[in-house]
Every structure is written in structure tokens, then in C-alpha cells.
Write a new protein. Structure first.
Lengths: 115, 115
């Protein structure tokens, strides 16, 4: 079965620091990749998604992610974080074929940004 | 806001009672999904429904849990005889189509607490 690994459980950064959150998945076929953000007490919001084409994807709020097929990775980046980026970030994958409507999520990475 | 609407946002039930969670998908979406988020865990797929049909319930516990998406009205996730282990956030999601190439949008979640 496919799985999604997020390397960091909790990341603490100061404002203006650069961010990179790791995400690896285990599936060799066609995938769609997503990053969702969950602010405290709120629902999951879509940050960005990769379906095909340019492997560097730009999302909302200055976030971007790079799909590296050879590494099965889809890392999330932001050059300069703000206090308002404090949230939990989830990587998710949708695979082709049977069960292609099921998103498989990583366990999430909590980001705390210190003013 | 024409997003995925869930209610109630918070629900407290005593052990043995029933919990009913409701979900109205985004306008125009006929594909509905339920996910459960346990503490310190990522979201896990429970069930996928289209109007009047359960397409995949492979993620549903075998007993006490059921879901429906009637021709008229919201989708309902029903948990009978709740136990403490059912305490979690339950997220509904919807999409326009199914599978690769479709974005899944999430609601704000229903937080169930069993006391």
C-alpha cells in the first residue's frame, strides 16, 4: 500500500527564516500531490497541488513545492516565514488506478513561527 | 462561501449514544468523502459516496459506523453506541469528479468528543 512520510514532526522557526518541509511517498505510478495547511481549530485548506507539467509548483501565501520524481519527493518551501504561517502542514498523494479517489496523508508537520 | 459545509462543528456525546455528522458538498460536486483525524495522526480515509451510492467503505470500522448520501439533502456519517476511541475530528470532503486530476476540497470538520 502507498504511504506518505513527512520527516519532521515539529519545526520551530523565527520570522523571516526559510522553510523546507520534507515529503516522500511510496508509489511508482502516476500521482497527484497536494499540500494542505490546517490552522489551529480550522479546516484543511489547499496550499498547492501538482498534477503534471512543471515540477515546480507555486501555491498561495508564497509557498511553493518541487516534485522530484526520481526521489519520490514533494518538498514544501517558503523563502521567508511569518508568524501567521504557524499551522500544521499535511502532504497528501492521490494515486492512479484502483482507489484513485483516496487521498493518503502524511502524519503532518507542525510549524511554529516565533515573532 | 460555497465551500464544503459541515455541522455540527463540535459534538459531545456520552458513551453509548449516537452521533450524527452532516456534510453538504460544494455546489456542483457529487463526490463526497469522509476522513477521520485521530490525535497526532494524519487523516485517514473512511468512505467515498456518490448520490445514493456507497462506492468504497473500505476505511470504515466494521461495526457501529455507517454513511449515506441521499438523493436530497446532506451526507450523513452516523456512529452508533459511541466509545471513547471514537473521539476525533471528522472531515468531509467533496470533488467535482473522481480520481487523478481532481482536487478534493475539505470542510471545517466536526470534532466529536465522547465522555
Amino acid at each position: 500500500a502507498q504511504s506518505v512520510s513527512q520527516h519532521n514532526h515539529h519545526v520551530i522557526l523565527s520570522e523571516a527564516a526559510s522553510l523546507e518541509l520534507g515529503c516522500n511517498y511510496s508509489y511508482g505510478g502516476t500521482v497527484n500531490l497536494f499540500w494542505y495547511v490546517q490552522y489551529p481549530g480550522q479546516h484543511l485548506q489547499l496550499l498547492l497541488k501538482y498534477f503534471s507539467g512543471d515540477p515546480l509548483v507555486k501555491g498561495i501565501k508564497g509557498f511553493e513545492a518541487e516534485f522530484i520524481k526520481s526521489k519520490f519527493s514533494f518538498n514544501l518551501r517558503k523563502p521567508s516565514v511569518q508568524w501567521s504561517d504557524t499551522a500544521e502542514y499535511f502532504c497528501a498523494v492521490l494515486i492512479s488506478g484502483a482507489g484513485s479517489y483516496q487521498l493518503t496523508f502524511g502524519k503532518g508537520t507542525k510549524l511554529s513561527v516565533i515573532p | 462561501n460555497a465551500g464544503v459545509m459541515q455541522n455540527p462543528r463540535h459534538l459531545v456525546r456520552r458513551r453509548g449514544q449516537e452521533a450524527r455528522l452532516r456534510c453538504s458538498p460544494m455546489k456542483g460536486h457529487s463526490h463526497v468523502y469522509w476522513y477521520r483525524q485521530l490525535p497526532e495522526e494524519g487523516l485517514k480515509f473512511m468512505v467515498y459516496l456518490q448520490k445514493e451510492n456507497i462506492i468504497d467503505e473500505s476505511g470504515m470500522p466494521k461495526e457501529r459506523f455507517s454513511a449515506e448520501f441521499p438523493k436530497e439533502g446532506p451526507s450523513i456519517l452516523r456512529i452508533q453506541q459511541v466509545v471513547r476511541g471514537d473521539s476525533a475530528a471528522y472531515f468531509c470532503a467533496s470533488s467535482l469528479g473522481q480520481g487523478i486530476g481532481n482536487t478534493i476540497y475539505f470542510g471545517e470538520g466536526s470534532w466529536l468528543t465522547v465522555v
